[in-house]
Design a protein around this ligand. Structure first.
Ligand SMILES: NC(=O)c1ccc[n+]([C@@H]2O[C@H](COP(=O)([O-])OP(=O)(O)OC[C@H]3O[C@@H](n4cnc5c(N)ncnc54)[C@H](OP(=O)(O)O)[C@@H]3O)[C@@H](O)[C@H]2O)c1
Length: 303
């Protein structure tokens, strides 16, 4: 794809989307961001920095009327979605965005997948991935090529949200097989790989899979210890089957799936069910991803 092709990023005020937009600009692409009206001052300031580098802004919401949204996509070759939300955003909103892309003559659509292998998981394994699988079903048959970018787990979430590493108690608590390889990538490297894939003329639809580093829980623990110079007690909380039972126990007790979604991600990883069968890192040798050890050295609390 020529770098003068226009790329629209939805979700450019977000954690990942902002870095995808920045990486596309770094690669000389012409980038437009779809931005919801009424964003706060901090998000506005972050966008101004990108605007100074050539980012074009267009106001809109992916749930807007299809004709209105198609106007925002005029002249766009690829739409990259890095939105986050519930089914109204991930399923209905992204389908709406795809329909607008069809109307506007867009060639390619990158949905907001950015996860472990959503195509290997089954419905009910992970409620957030269920939404992405459902969206993928809605995209089927579109004349627009749909390209999924998968990155495993963000290193950022592995040391926070997943509740594996406790830097206060000096513990490392995981479920499942401690030697099962897992795909781990920083947000920065996910954005870099996404921009490279989006501007790759040889890629149309399908899926590409990237991993900053492939490590087992045991190797992840060792990397955190090396990076921090601390000793973290290594605790295996149970098998993969016991983890599934724990998720089901928690699901029966709450209406809020966010209470146990971190465990659902961990289950997909430690059972190997959502492990990538192959990686596409070699397509872009110019990207040298950050290792977990280096990432933790830079990002652990008190680092
Ligand atoms: N693999 C992993 O470990 C991992 C971890 C975290 C996230 N992710 C994935 O990365 C992707 C991006 O997540 P994130 O954490 O970067 O999200 P985020 O920071 O919460 O940003 C979400 C973005 O979506 C935009 N948005 C939401 N609803 C919208 C709508 N109706 N119309 C237009 N824009 C809308 C938001 O705009 P406003 O600023 O207007 O709200 C914001 O720009 C998601 O697919 C997420 O699942 C993966």
């Amino acid at each position: 794809m020529a770098t003068d092709a226009k790329i629209l990023v939805a979700g450019a005020t977000g954690l990942l989307g902002s870095q995808i937009a920045a990486n596309l600009l770094d690669r000389g692409a012409s980038v437009r961001a779809l931005v919801r009206p009424g964003i706060d001052a901090e998000k506005k300031a972050a966008l101004s920095a990108l605007e100074a580098r050539g980012l074009e802004l267009v106001e809109g919401d992916i749930t807007d009327d299809v004709d209105k949204l198609a106007g925002a996509l005029k002249g766009v070759e690829t739409v990259v979605s890095a939105v986050q939300g519930g089914p109204e955003v991930i399923v209905d909103g992204q389908e709406n965005l795809l329909r607008a892309a069809e109307k506007a003559g867009v060639s390619r659509f990158v949905p907001s997948d950015f996860a472990i292998d959503i195509f290997k998981l089954d419905y009910t394994d992970n409620f957030m991935i269920d939404m992405r699988k459902k969206a993928a079903e809605r995209f089927a048959g579109s004349p627009v090529s749909v390209l999924s970018v998968l990155n495993g787990a963000f290193m950022e979430v592995m040391i926070t949200f997943m509740q594996i590493v406790d830097f206060e108690k000096n513990t490392f608590s995981h479920w499942g097989d401690p030697d099962q390889p897992m795909d781990l990538t920083s947000v920065k490297d996910t954005a870099a790989f996404t921009a490279a894939a989006v501007l790759d003329p040889a890629l149309a639809g399908g899926a590409v899979r990237f991993s900053g580093e492939v490590l087992s829980m045991r190797q992840f623990h060792a990397a955190v210890e090396r990076a921090t110079g601390r000793t973290l007690e290594f605790r295996t909380l149970g098998t993969g089957a016991e983890l599934r039972a724990e998720i089901e126990r928690q699901a029966a007790q709450t209406q809020n799936p966010f209470d146990y979604v971190a465990l659902q991600y961990q289950w997909g990883m430690v059972t190997g069910k959502a492990k990538f069968d192959s990686l596409d890192n070699d397509r872009y040798p110019e990207i040298a991803p950050t290792s977990v050890e280096e990432f933790v050295r830079q990002n652990a609390p008190g680092a």
